[in-house]
Design a protein around this ligand. Structure first.
Ligand SMILES: Nc1ncnc2c1ncn2[C@@H]1O[C@H](COP(=O)(O)OP(=O)(O)OP(=O)(O)O)[C@@H](O)[C@H]1O
Length: 979
């Protein structure tokens, strides 16, 4: 500590420069890390500048050992001035390498050193060249282009020694800790003045923080190069803008210098760097202003006083001229011989200094308060620094640990690579070995394959030769066998031919025999017919005799009455009357005996009639086919087909002219197709005549036979008309049955008659007599009908089907009406009202003869089959197509059943359709069957007509076995079967 510093402490004054460091903690806090880095860098790379320099007796720099911020923060604050110096140094080094770089700029530094050193050496302090703006006296301001223009530096009093030192050490003046300042009081005054001047400047519209000034200037200095051109000439290296030229009164030259740096350049560069602390025109938000202790009124007053004193000093002989004249100023030194020198008013000056001291003491108190705050901030920073150092230590440890791990991994990796290398070598060696091995094996294998191939080739040739020889041997053998076989076959063929010839002869003989038998049977039939005629004649004779006898009997009875009257008359005349009475009694008995004999004969003849009638039916055939052609109803129906009935005598033939056929030569012709049936009814025949032909079958039903009469033919051919019209077969049959039953009562026969009406629709049975049919499809909603067969009685029953007792003709008609209403009739394209189901009228007849105790049970089935149109022709779709398919299927099944019966097959496929299943006991066996094939007269239906006629022909050519009656004796009589 030099003498001036000691003096200031002796007087109790603390240098006011501490106040300029108000923002130092903030700068230090915000830049701790950078400072640490800077310290490391400083340690690692010491600058080329001398760290320790001793100047001419005034300032001695201790050895600089850089300390951490924590160390520095922990140091006791010995005095304000070194702290300020240290703070500035740190701030300068932290805030910018710019200052450091500026100070270490080789060219600038060298030039400046050269300039100052040379100047100091050659001229000395008294002979320094005039510097523009530099205080000409020892109270003037030190000026350095490398030191900061504002803050402490500009407040340092520019004594002659100080100025010399500053010029000698331009870059290190603010960086060295423990720098000695000769007049802290003057320095502080200067600081206050500069602040005030800064506040009064209109451009400084916003308060500027010292740290901000420092940082801003650091950046500015880092980016600016001093223009040593024209200004150097005029101002000795000072950059002075005309815009910023101001009188030097109240302003230090450093202020002027700082502000004289071209603002446009600064603002441009700072804008380019995005510096938020740029010029006042910056758009960014204002930087936070650190807390600055407010200046008291007394402080301001003291400042004003100091200014006044200074102004008065400027007027004095020690003040340099206001103008920047290069004229050398006058200095009062020991050997000077200055004239017109006026001595100082010491008392007045002392008083002034006392008052100034008081003011400064107050300012010092304020500054102490600030210091405390700063110390607290330093403590905080210290803690933070220690934390950071701990963190750094931890990171270093971690880094060391990771480094060791990395080394381990590297070693491991190295060992693995070595291992891999060795393995690769091994693998390569192994691969080579395998390759040689493989090549050996391939060679070996190739040899083997060649060998095997040679062996197999030899074997193959051998086998081929053997096989060829075997084939030749076999061929020879089979040829010989074939020749033998051919010889044998030709012999067998010869034998067969001879056998066949013999069989043909036998068969022709048999045929002749059969023909003879047929002839005999025909003659028998003729005989029987004659017998029948005879019997019928006898019967007529007998009936006539009976009638005569009845007449005789009546005459006898009349005579008896007369005789009895005579007896009564003659009783009186006793003897004569008695004789007359006896003879009359005898004659009466004789008449009664003759009458009984006649009745017995009549019954016997009825039985014989039935036998003969059945035989006659059998001779006619148990299945008979009749054809009926309906008339053309209207000319609108279309063209009439060419149908002829050539045999007028027998009415058993029909000739249909077929459709046009084109020969291979292109000639169109039409064939005439002849068909022969048991009876053919032409268009003129009525239902009455038709029924005359079938009445014998109805009689057979009464005689106890199962009879089936069905109508077959295409839609609209007249089936329903024939079967169910009001004068059709069903009403006529029932009427005939009633008539016959009534007549048979004379012959002791009583009959019960039951009727039911069912239909087969889509292969399902429906009851046509049950009301309550579904509106939707017209089908019965009643219970399902089931077919049950009684094999013993050869009868069929339909379970759940309604059966009506037909005890009067009215009931029959009502039943037919109901059935007709319920009959499923649907529209098709082939016929407007077409029956789409098979309807079956079932009439059960049970007779009992009280005289002979005979019982018979017969069934009459009258079937109206559905139309047999072809699918293609009907153009049916959907449900209609299904109906047609089912109809055609059931008709085909009917044909199959008839064919099987004709062949005498053991199995008859009754169950293939519902219809044949229902009619099982009415088709073949114990039954008589009549089929009406109905024919439409229209040309449009010709194909269907021919199809129907062919089917009917097939049925007609079928011979079904003998029918058997179910007549039995019920009361102890012997059953009569096979009659
Ligand atoms: N012999 C006939 N004499 C006069 N008219 C007849 C004769 N046969 C049929 N018809 C008439 O021809 C028309 C068709 O006859 P019908 O309804 O009986 O034919 P279908 O074969 O029963 O038809 P589907 O199979 O559609 O029931 C009816 O108008 C009927 O009156």
């Amino acid at each position: 500590m030099d003498a001036s510093e000691n003096a200031s402490f002796r007087s109790g004054l603390r240098p006011p420069q501490v106040r300029a460091l108000t923002a130092a903690p903030i700068a230090a806090t915000s830049c701790l890390q950078e400072m640490t880095d800077s310290q490391h860098n400083a340690r690692a790379q010491p600058t080329g500048l001398p760290q320790k320099r001793t100047h001419k007796g005034s300032i001695s720099y201790p050895d600089q050992k850089r300390k951490t911020l924590a160390e520095r923060a922990g140091e006791p604050l010995k005095s304000g001035i070194p702290s300020v110096g240290a703070g500035l140094s740190r701030a300068t080094s932290v805030k910018g390498a710019s200052i450091a770089s500026l100070s270490t700029n080789p060219s600038a530094t060298a030039s400046r050193y050269a300039h100052t050193n040379n100047f100091a050496k050659s001229v000395g302090p008294a002979a320094r060249p005039p510097v523009t703006g530099r205080a000409p006296t020892s109270m003037g301001f030190a000026q350095s282009t490398t030191t900061r223009p504002r803050g402490l530096t500009r407040t340092r009093p520019a004594t002659a020694m100080a100025n010399r030192e500053m010029e000698d050490e331009p870059g290190q003046a603010n960086q060295k800790k423990g720098m000695k300042i000769s007049d802290p009081f003057q320095q502080h005054l200067q600081s206050l003045r500069s602040r005030r001047a800064a506040r009064q400047q209109p451009a400084a519209s916003q308060p500027r923080h010292p740290s901000r000034d420092i940082s801003g200037l650091s950046r500015r200095f880092g980016n600016l190069s001093l223009d040593d051109g024209p200004d150097k000439k005029s101002g000795g290296g000072q950059v002075v803008s005309s815009q910023y030229k101001q009188p030097l009164s109240g302003l230090s030259q450093s202020d002027v210098q700082a502000e004289s740096i071209t603002p446009s350049k600064v603002s441009q560069k700072e804008a380019a760097r995005g510096n938020p602390l740029g010029p006042a025109t910056s758009q960014g938000p204002p930087a936070p202003v650190p807390t600055t202790p407010p200046q008291s009124k007394t402080f301001n007053m003291a400042l004003d006083m100091v200014n006044t004193i200074l102004r008065s000093h400027q007027k004095g002989p020690f003040l340099a001229s206001k103008s920047c004249s290069p004229t050398k100023p006058s200095f009062l030194v020991k050997d000077s011989n200055v004239t017109n020198f006026t001595g100082w008013d010491v008392d007045g000056r002392l008083n002034e200094f006392e008052s100034q001291f008081k003011v400064m003491k107050e300012a010092f108190d304020v500054t102490m308060t600030d210091r405390k705050a700063l110390e607290e901030a330093i403590d905080l920073a210290k803690n933070r620094a220690s934390d950071l150092e701990r963190e750094q230590q931890r990171l270093v440890d971690q880094n060391t640990r990771l480094q060791s791990q990395l080394d381990l991994q590297r070693q491991e990796n190295l060992s693995l690579q070595q291992e891999k290398q060795s393995m690769v070598l091994e693998i390569e060696a192994e691969q080579r070995r395998q390759k040689y091995d493989l090549e050996d094996r391939q060679r070996e294998h190739k040899h083997k394959v060649d060998e095997i191939r040679r062996e197999f080739k030899g074997e193959f040739d051998q086998l081929k030769r053997e096989h060829r020889e075997a084939l030749e041997a076999m061929e020879r053998h089979y040829r010989a066998e074939l020749a033998d076989e051919q010889t044998q076959r030709s012999r067998e063929l010869q034998d067969l031919r001879s056998k066949l010839g013999a069989e043909q002869q036998d068969m022709s003989l048999d045929l002749l025999k059969k023909e003879r038998e047929v002839q005999e049977m025909r003659s028998q039939a003729e005989a029987l017919k004659s017998d029948l005629d005879r019997e019928q004649t006898i019967r007529a004779t007998l009936q006539q005799q009976i009638a005569e006898m009845t007449t005789t009997n009546m005459a006898l009875e009349d005579r008896m009455r007369g005789l009895r009257a005579k007896i009564d008359f003659l009783e009186s005349d006793s003897k004569q009357q008695s004789d007359s009475f006896a003879s009359m009694e005898a004659r009466l008995q004789e008449a009664l005996r003759v009458a009984e004999e006649a009745r017995q004969k009549l019954i016997k003849e009825e039985t014989e009639r039935r036998v003969l009638f059945n035989k006659y039916q059998e001779l006619k055939g148990n299945i008979r086919v009749m054809c009926r052609v309906r008339p053309v109803l209207d000319s609108s129906e279309g063209e009439e087909a060419r149908i002829a009935f050539p045999d007028f005598k027998t009415s058993s033939q029909i000739d249909v002219t077929g459709p046009e056929e084109k020969s291979s030569l292109g000639a169109i012709s039409r064939k005439v197709l002849p068909f022969e049936f048991d009876r053919v009814f032409d268009t003129s025949v009525h239902n009455e005549e038709v029924f005359g032909e079938i009445s014998q079958l109805v009689q057979s039903a009464l005689d106890g036979y199962n009879v089936c009469i069905f109508c077959y033919g295409q839609t609209g051919s007249g089936k329903t008309y024939t079967m169910s019209s009001p004068d059709g077969m069903i009403p006529r049959a029932t009427h005939m049955i009633y008539d016959t039953i009534t007549k048979l009562q004379e012959k002791s026969w009583t009959y019960t008659m039951e009727g039911s009406f069912v239909e087969v629709y889509n292969e399902e049975l429906h009851d046509l007599l049950t009301p309550g049919r579904d509106a939707a499809d017209g089908r019965s909603s009643s219970k399902r009908l089931e077919i049950r067969h009684d094999d013993a009685r050869k009868q069929t029953a339909v379970v759940n089907c309604k059966t009506v007792a037909l005890d009067s003709p009215d009931k029959v008609e009502a039943m037919l009406r109901q059935a007709q209403n319920n009959r499923s009739v649907a529209a098709t394209k082939a016929n407007e009202r077409s029956s789409r189901s098979h309807s079956v009228f079932i009439l059960k007849l049970v007779g009992h003869n009280s005289a002979t105790s005979e019982r018979c049970e017969g069934t009459l089935n009258l079937v109206d089959l559905a139309g047999s149109e072809r699918l293609k022709h009907s153009q049916a779709e959907g449900d209609r197509m299904r109906e047609t398919q089912n109809i055609n299927k059931s008709l085909a099944c009917l044909g199959d059943v008839i064919e099987a019966l004709g062949r005498g097959s053991a199995h008859v496929p009754y169950r293939n359709s519902k219809l044949t299943h229902l009619l099982q006991y009415s088709l073949g066996g114990n039954s008589k069957t009549l089929m009406f094939v109905m024919v439409s007269p229209l040309e449009a239906h010709l194909k269907e007509t021919i199809t129907s006629l062919r089917f009917a022909t097939k049925v007609h050519n079928t011979h079904i076995g003998t029918a058997k009656s179910t007549k039995k004796l019920t009361a102890g009589g012997t059953p009569e079967s096979g009659r």
